[in-house]
Each structure stands twice: as structure tokens, then as C-alpha cells.
Design a protein around this ligand. Structure first.
Ligand code: NAD
Length: 260
């Protein structure tokens, strides 16, 4: 149902973003993927997306902490794919530390990548979407856009900000055929979660097993990690014409976390 449409997915070399890119390509969209990683592995993913969609797939290495690189990526997507009709802002990093030890440069990086990059993508893509009278902007927020956890000051601040940014731009674009939403997963089993286990062990003095069962899944009543495919299915639904009345929403997929 997305044949002829083009999408940018930031942070799509891994985890949730890669699942998003596969879902969009599976529906026929041309896709620009983005993120860091091994060049050969990224090329394999890119070629796989092209085979899946029968449309173009491109890779752009733009660093989401650099506004000029974000602008160049959107311009390239416009020139080589048209649009973008769909922007999925997903790149994100985490740092776990007590507020008094939180490195200011980590704060700046998390705010830039997890929040400001979405502002730049929105301001650059909305004119193309308005011109076409159709657009979808979807960001990966987090349960941490709704509730907090200790030792994640920058991440929680950035994700709360993303939820507010989503609502604001939804109001501004509501009469232009554009919807703007965010998705708020609980703990999804990806490298981002796996990689924060050592820091959480250190900052709370816990074993690996205690971090998984008592910290990560403690908040998730289902006691199951969310799967990347489940998040991608929600993103794809938000791209459908049936979802045209959903805008400014924050869609929780958190195993009941924020119900508690
Ligand atoms: P991941 O670490 O597997 O993937 C992150 C992606 O972002 C990678 O492709 C990485 O290369 C890319 N990236 C990192 N810094 C970048 C930069 N400066 N410029 C461009 N790309 C960059 O993580 P994930 O778990 O798939 O997370 C994706 C998103 O989902 C993030 O925004 C994260 O906050 C959010 N999220 C994750 C979970 C979870 O439990 N995994 C829960 C809620 C929200």
C-alpha cells in the first residue's frame, strides 16, 4: 500500500529502526536508511530492502547530532527518492548515570540525537509533505516520554520533549493531510537495551540477572520484552489511510508499564 511513496528512517542500521525499514519496504516504499555500523553489513541490509520493495533503497550516513548533515540527508532523499512522504525519526542513544555524575557532553549528545534531530527532520520535511497534501511523521519516543526512571536524566527529558514536539507539529499540520505521532515502547530487546546492562549493574550494584528481572522487566507487567516487529507493525499502521484521524498521539506498546 506504500508503492510510490518514499521514507526516511533514522537509526535504521540496528534494532527497532531496522524493523521499521523492513516493514516499509515490505509495503512497497522506497527507503533511505541511516545510522552507524559495519559498511558491508549495512550494504547487505540496503540490498535486501531493495529486493523486498522492488523500489530504491539508499543508505545515508548522516550523524543525527549534526543539523547540516540532517539537511543534506533530507535534500538527498528529495532529489533521489522524491518526498520524503514518510519520516520516521528513530535514532537514539542512552546514558545511565546519577545526576551529579552525569557528563554534560552526554546530556548535549542525547538531547541532540534523541530530540533535536526530530525537530530538524520535521522542519525540513513538512514543506514537501504540505506540497503533496500527504505525509506521515512518526517518532520512536519511549515509556520514558510518560514516566521516569532514576539515572536517565537526559533520556527522560529528551523523550518527554519529543512527546510535546509531536503534539505541537500535529496541530500545525492537521489540515494538510499530514499526521504526526510517536510510539512509546517499553523495554524492547535490542542492542540499546543489552548495552546498558553493564552501566546499570555498576550504578546500582546489581548482577546481570537482577538488572534484567528486577530493573528492566520490573516495570513491565507482562514480564516480556517488546519485540521490534511489534513496534514496526504500529508504525506501519500509522502510515495507512485508515489511520488518518490519528495525529498528535503517543501510542504506548509497553506491556502495561505505564498503566501501573
Ligand atoms: P539501537 O542501539 O539498536 O539502534 C539505534 C540506532 O541509532 C542505530 O542504527 C545507530 O547506529 C543509530 N544512531 C545512534 N546514534 C546516531 C547518530 N548520531 N546519528 C545517526 N544514527 C545514530 O537501539 P534501539 O533500541 O533500536 O532504539 C531505537 C529507538 O527506540 C531509540 O530512539 C530508543 O530511544 C527507542 N527506544 C528503545 C527502547 C528499547 O527498549 N530498546 C525502548 C523505548 C524506546
Amino acid at each position: 500500500f506504500l508503492k510510490g511513496k518514499s521514507a526516511i528512517v533514522t537509526g535504521s542500521t540496528s534494532g527497532i529502526g531496522l524493523a521499521y525499514a523492513k516493514a516499509l519496504a515490505g509495503a512497497g516504499a522506497s527507503v533511505m536508511i541511516n545510522g552507524f555500523g559495519d559498511a558491508a553489513a549495512i550494504e547487505t541490509e540496503r540490498a535486501g530492502l531493495e529486493a523486498l520493495s522492488g523500489a530504491k533503497a539508499l543508505y545515508d550516513a548522516a550523524d543525527m547530532s549534526k543539523p547540516d548533515q540532517i539537511a543534506a540527508m533530507v535534500a538527498r532523499a528529495n532529489a533521489e527518492l522524491g518526498g520524503p512522504d514518510i519520516v520516521v525519526s528513530n535514532a537514539g542513544i542512552q546514558h545511565v548515570s546519577k545526576i551529579e555524575d552525569f557528563p554534560p557532553e552526554k546530556w548535549d549528545a542525547i538531547l541532540a540525537i534523541n530530540l533535536s534531530s526530530t525537530f530538524h527532520l520535521m522542519r525540513l520535511a513538512v514543506p514537501h509533505m504540505k506540497a503533496k497534501g500527504w505525509g506521515r511523521i512518526i517518532s520512536t519516543a519511549s515509556a520514558h516520554s510518560l514516566v521516569a526512571s532514576p539515572n536517565k536524566a537526559a533520556y527522560v527529558a529528551a523523550k518527554h520533549g519529543l512527546a510535546g514536539l509531536t503534539k505541537t507539529v500535529a496541530l500545525e499540520t492537521a489540515t494538510f493531510g499530514i499526521t504526526v505521532n510517536c510510539i512509546s515502547p517499553g523495554y524492547v530487546w535490542t542492542p540499546l537495551v543489552e548495552n546498558q546492562i553493564p552501566d546499570t549493574m555498576a550504578s546500582r550494584g546489581l548482577t546481570r540477572e537482577q538488572v534484567v528481572n528486577d530493573v528492566l522487566l520490573a516495570a513491565q507487567p507482562t514480564k516480556q520484552f517488546v519485540q521490534p516487529d511489534q513496534v514496526a507493525a504500529m508504525m506501519l499502521y500509522l502510515c495507512r489511510d485508515e489511520a488518518s484521524a490519528i495525529t498528535g498521539a503517543n501510542m504506548s506498546i509497553d506491556g502495561g508499564w505505564t498503566a501501573a
